[in-house]
Design a binder for this molecule. Sequence first.
Ligand code: PMP
Length: 353
Amino acid sequence: MSLFRSQVQQMAGYTPGEQPQEPGWVKLNTNENAYPPSPLVLEAVQQVLTGRLNVYPDPLATEFREVASELFHVDADWILPGNGSDEILTILMRTFVDPNEIVSAPYPSYTLYETLAEIQGAQFQNIQLNSNWSWPANASEKAAKSKILFVPNPNAPSGNRWQDSEILELIPSQGVLVLDEAYGDFCDSPHQCELLKSNSGDKIVVTRTLSKSYSLAGIRFGFAVAHPDLIKGMRKVKDSYNCNTLSLAAATAALKDQKWMQANTDQIRASRTHFISEVRGLGFETVESQTNFVWCTHPDGEHERRYQELKQRKILVRYMKFPLQEGTRDGLRITVGTNDELQQVIDALREIG
Ligand code: PMP
């Protein structure tokens, strides 16, 4: 007899991307930001280090919520921070979904949604996207009965962004739409949670992260923006002190320096445009990415070989494979690093063939 809960026994669990600990890698596999965070972050953390680490952090994250609320033009009670946006996704699942209820997400997309649904004992439903990453004709019908519909926008691993109007049509009648905007700041025209102000705004939760556009994957910080009635329930579920004193100080300082984040994401958008034209020149097909990564496929289908050969050269990209009813969909998801890193990828791909 197993000591585990039956769900835990049956599930495979989530496998995070490889995190080699030794130096010397060109690391383009987990969509981190190659550039440093705002210098204000270091200053804020240094100040906290000389302060009081012996007491618990502010459980309400008051200062962070004030800064975030100004940014999104809402009141502070619309904001809930967490230990990475992954924790926010966990809180959402625990707040809104009873065992056996339906949780849906587009497929292929972020695979953590399924793992979280399994842990909760929910029924998980993939809504398989068309081969050009558009929604299938029956998407809103499939989404209708979901308690949560997760939509990463822009999507991962493809990097495309869907129009707000398409997404509004998918809101489940008795459930919540979670718009996972982990990569929202990399869009050509970034958006600031406009859908929350639509007629259906009280059924939408937007999630954001500081891991990508703010260069702070190491501190683990993300947050939700939603109507206070939804946030109220989520606050009951979260751990009392889910964000620590150091990460709260760092995240607050990072959000205050919008100029830094804009310059950072402008640079990444420029590198992305250049990289896309280079890999296309090598015969790859790419999606018009609105993120800090590019989904690359080649007509010859030899993606796994290329992943391995890049790895032998200490260049780490993400090889991803999604089983479908009609075969398998795979490709390479490559983070937009520095221009120098991307040039190394191009040179290596040219050599590898
Ligand atoms: N959503 C998506 C679509 C992601 O790709 C990621 C990064 N793996 C996350 C959420 C989680 O980000 P974090 O927990 O670092 O905030």
